[in-house]
Design a protein around this ligand. Structure first.
Ligand code: 9MG
Length: 273
């Protein structure tokens, strides 16, 4: 798939490094220091083998404060520009806002990662006009309350139908089907059992013909299984990412790039044998 001119082979599992640019992410020092620190982290992830850097200026954790459009633009745009000026990597922007989509693509971003699957007013039109690839993610409810007793008849059926409906809507509006990535949205309005059923069904999602993105890194599903806090979830996260890659996921969105790249190399060797 081409991401603003850069080709990435999604027939092999690729690693996407997470770069949050919320105020608490690089909290010491002023704006210049924060930007510098974010670029340094992006560079480390690229050196470790990340094909994508996912820049996000809005936290979607339950209870996280809402962020204004101006604030999101101010957080995201400078780092997108800086990464594109300094590193050879595809920049993905984690946003639901059409203005952030448009501005970041003008600065070189190559992928829009929308946890709301283009449901916000103007988002669908923005990606159609921009013509860059988009990742459509499933979320039940809204971030503030999504983990309050989520219920499904059959989580895999519901999530799959939702993603295919969103993809079809986009294609019927003129978007190129070859530029769509789908994502079951681990942890977004799902219990541990829902997340495990979805992980087990990654191969079924893959069979729909769209590349599949999986984000399980350090999430509470790993914490619940292991009974461990967020800073002790790396090995569990890599185990889950490895399973997803083996089941055909194309992009793994992770915090621990170097370790995941090694795990994915083992999966790739096995798949090629
Ligand atoms: C922004 N973000 C946080 N978790 C995510 C996930 O699982 N998938 C995608 N696409 N984005 C995510």
């Amino acid at each position: 798939m081409k991401f603003s001119g850069q080709y990435i082979d999604l027939s092999k599992p690729q690693v996407m490094g997470v770069l949050n640019v919320t105020p608490d992410s690089f909290s010491d020092g002023g704006r210049y220091n924060s930007l510098d620190a974010a670029l340094f982290q992006a560079e480390s992830m690229v050196k470790a083998g990340a094909s994508f850097i996912d820049v996000g200026g809005e936290s979607t954790r339950p209870g996280a404060a809402k962020v204004s459009l101006v604030e999101e633009l101010e957080r995201v745009c400078p780092i997108v520009e800086l990464i594109k000026q300094n590193l050879d990597v595809v920049v993905s922007v984690d946003t639901s806002s059409p203005d952030v989509m448009t501005e970041s693509v003008s600065l070189g971003a190559g992928l829009i990662n929308d946890v709301r699957a283009l449901q916000r007013d103007g988002a669908k039109k923005a990606v159609i006009d921009l013509g860059v690839p988009v990742c459509l993610m499933h979320m039940q409810g809204v971030p503030a309350t999504m983990q309050e007793n989520p219920l499904y008849d059959s989580v895999v059926d519901v999530v799959e139908s939702y993603l295919l409906e969103r993809a079809n809507e986009l294609i019927e509006s003129g978007f190129d089907s070859e530029q769509i990535i789908i994502d079951p949205g681990f942890g977004f309005g799902k219990t541990l059992s829902h997340n495990l059923q979805l992980l087990n069904a990654i191969d079924r999602f893959v069979r729909n013909g769209y590349p599949v993105l999986v984000g399980v890194s350090r999430k509470s599903m790993i914490g619940t299984i292991l009974d461990k806090p967020v800073d002790e979830r790396m090995i569990g996260s890599i185990a889950a990412a490895t399973i997803a890659a083996y089941k055909g996921a194309s992009i793994l969105r992770v915090h621990d790039v170097k370790e995941t790249v090694d795990a994915v190399s083992v999966v790739q060797a096995l798949l090629e044998e």
